[in-house]
Ligand binder design. Structure first.
Ligand code: FDA
Length: 404
């Protein structure tokens, strides 16, 4: 059977792939979009609790982790959050800001999928889905550079865009396809790891917290390598810690461990905006206990369990001055060494991926391999929680769509 020829083939019909295919198609390129899954856009559908936190009002390269921190700047500037918001408004999709600039659909994430499909239709994009790609071979025939063998036949193209995403939530069809293809074409990879992921605690730390499973408190989290802190909610779970403040810091914690088996601790401020030493000072000689005092500011059960963990149950007057110093330090700077993460099954994204130093930041094309592009989460750009990862998918997809 003869191969069918396209100008552009995009592998992966997720957020980045659909944006890229639509743009390339609307430029007049003949585009094929391939996905192996029975349903497209599954990550969009389940995102933001079914309402898709599709972008953030305030975005800069500082909201992303990468081994090449400035790389994201160009694409984010060329196709910004405001461009995507305009697109959403053009489709009449109602949205609202939930918190910290995070924009969600009022109704359903399905509206974003439908919008992207319409954009692909406007670009005359052809679909092969579900379709499994078994091999990609470099060729040089009449300007065509890549030949794909699939279970729907052979396809050839000038430009091949890899938008197959990361490894988070394997049951949604995540595969290492992009990393393997990168290796095949000698494009370096930064070892992928789960990120925006709950953290596990060792049994000794977890034991006194277990009864609190489900409790939530507002904290600030910090970790070496992170500029600033994340002031958000933390959730105690039966395996460790979760909630936005923990998911955010987990990415930096994972980043710190690169090439170094010994992981850094994370630090949790339990009294955000309060200097614990100043707060404790008036109670120095009192009969009050720390659990009772803390219960004024933190959930009572948590205050009790946390003080048990540290052995601070006596009246404050019976504690030595050095204990009070240790209390103040631990309240503003509770240092914990997580034993690990809950892995890809519970992660929202993948840290690491295709090394951006091999890519053009303007187009996402591999500098040494003309016509080969990597976009979206498969690339070593990982956003904070809060709409940043989708914006990276839209921005990187859009710039590749202008060039491929
Ligand atoms: P994406 O994963 O979207 O798409 C990849 C596509 O490639 C999939 O359709 C897959 O089937 C296909 N594919 C994979 N392997 C293939 C192969 N071998 N052959 C063919 N096709 C293949 N972000 C955010 O900004 N706001 C949010 O609210 C959320 N919420 C959220 C919730 C949950 C539960 C998760 C897991 C993730 C989020 N995210 C998020 C992250 C966001 O979903 C993610 O960063 C983007 O979807 C990445 O877009 P991509 O297009 O790169 O990959």
């Amino acid at each position: 059977m003869n191969a069918v020829d396209y100008d552009v083939i995009v592998i992966g019909a997720g957020a980045a792939g659909m944006m890229c295919a639509a743009q390339a198609g609307q430029r007049g390129r003949k585009v094929l979009l391939i996905d192996h899954a029975a349903k497209i856009g599954e990550r969009i559908r389940i995102s933001g609790g079914g309402r898709c936190n599709f972008t953030n009002r305030s975005i800069s390269a500082d909201n992303f982790l990468s081994h090449n921190p400035h790389f994201a700047r160009s694409a984010l500037a060329r196709y910004s959050q405001f461009d995507f918001i305009k697109l959403v408004e053009r489709y009449g999709i109602a949205y609202h800001e939930k918190t910290l600039g995070q924009l969600f659909c009022d109704d359903s994430a399905q509206q974003i999928i439908a919008m992207l499909k319409s954009e692909c239709d406007a670009g005359g994009v052809a679909w092969a889905q579900p379709c499994a790609v078994s091999s990609v071979a470099p060729i040089a025939e009449h300007g065509l550079r890549y030949q794909l063998a699939t279970d729907q036949g052979e396809f050839r193209c000038q430009s091949l865009v890899v938008a197959s995403g990361g490894l988070a939530i394997p049951k949604l069809g995540a595969t290492p396809f992009g990393y393997k293809l990168a290796e095949q074409f000698s494009v370096p990879i930064i070892a992928p790891k789960p990120a925006l992921v709950p953290l596990a605690l060792d049994p000794a730390t977890l034991a006194p917290l277990l009864a609190l499973s489900g409790a939530s408190l507002n904290v600030a989290t910090r970790c070496d390598g992170q500029p600033g802190e994340f002031k958000e909610a933390m959730l105690i779970t039966h395996r460790g810690l979760s909630g936005p403040a923990i998911l955010q810091i987990s990415s930096y914690w994972q980043m710190q461990a690169y090439g170094d088996a010994k992981k850094q601790p994370i630090s949790i401020d339990l009294l955000v905006g309060v200097d614990a030493a100043d707060w404790l000072a008036p109670h120095r000689h009192s009969k009050a206990t720390l659990p009772n005092l803390l219960a004024e500011r933190l959930p009572k059960r948590f205050a009790q369990a946390w003080c048990e963990l540290h052995g601070w149950l006596k009246p404050l007057a019976e504690h030595a001055q050095k204990d009070l110093q240790a209390m103040s330090l631990a309240l503003n700077n509770w240092s914990l060494s997580p034993s690990g993460t809950l892995g890809y099954a519970k992660a929202e994204v993948t840290l690491g991926g295709v090394d951006t130093r091999a890519l053009s930041s303007k187009t996402m094309e591999v500098s040494a391999t003309p016509g080969l592009y990597f976009i979206g989460e498969v690339v070593d750009i990982t956003g904070w929680l809060g709409g940043y990862n989708f914006q990276w998918a839209w921005s990187s997809g859009w710039v590749a769509g202008q060039a491929a």
